[in-house]
Design a protein around this ligand. Structure first.
Ligand SMILES: [Zn+2]
Length: 206
């Protein structure tokens, strides 16, 4: 289902995304060298611990992801800058990616705030737009409940987050099976997506 991974190459859509998050930023591929004890979603605490152990400093920026033919995504991220000034990715990856695409953002530091991913659709379709809006809504709910996203354990009121997660999964499956807004909805109602779950979601997100 929802499977973003490291982009194989830096294409026009990624350049547009970079212009949006850090104009003039220079993307670079980094090998993933997981630090013992580092956690998948804990780049900031991973890097802090590394700096305390071995010196150097935290370098913030954006990790770029791609869901082929669906969307590109920039995630606020930190790598370790070694005392020799080399960028090192010490955070393990959810699907075992061996390299990441990273754009340093010299203007930004991390102060414990929630920074949502920036997502750009690769084609104009209600399903992809809904996926992006639902994903944003999930982060908004987590922010309201005071839980930094992507920092390990998250305790969010289940009744708020569960329907959104469910919608995100539904949309992920629909998009993966190349459903478009004019196609029959995945739920089997016989109606087009835009008239069925698309319509419901439109009301829920409004
Ligand atoms: Zn439906």
């Amino acid at each position: 289902m929802y499977t973003t991974t490291t982009p194989a190459r830096i294409d026009a859509s990624l350049h547009r995304l970079i212009d949006k998050v850090t104009p003039g930023g220079l993307p670079t591929y980094l090998d993933v060298r997981p630090e013992p004890g580092a956690t998948v979603n804990g780049c900031f605490s991973n890097v802090r611990a590394k700096v305390a152990r071995d010196g150097g400093r935290m370098l913030c920026g954006w990790q770029l992801w791609q869901w082929p033919r669906v969307l590109v995504e920039a995630e606020f991220h930190a790598v370790w800058l070694s005392p020799q000034g080399r960028m090192v990715e010490i955070t393990p990856k959810p699907h075992g990616e061996r390299s990441i695409l990273f754009v340093p953002d010299a203007r930004r530091d991390y102060h414990g705030e929630v920074v949502d991913n920036v997502r750009m659709a690769l084609h104009d379709d209600q399903l992809v737009q809904h996926f992006i809006r639902v994903s944003r809504a999930i982060v908004q709910v987590m922010t309201r409940s005071g839980q930094p996203a992507g920092q390990g354990h998250v305790h969010v009121p289940a009744e708020q987050i569960a329907p959104l997660r469910q919608a995100q999964r539904f949309l992920g499956c629909a998009i993966e099976s190349e459903l478009r807004e004019h196609d029959p909805c995945l739920c089997g109602s016989g109606l087009r997506y835009e008239q069925c779950h698309g319509h419901e979601l439109e009301l829920a997100l409004a």
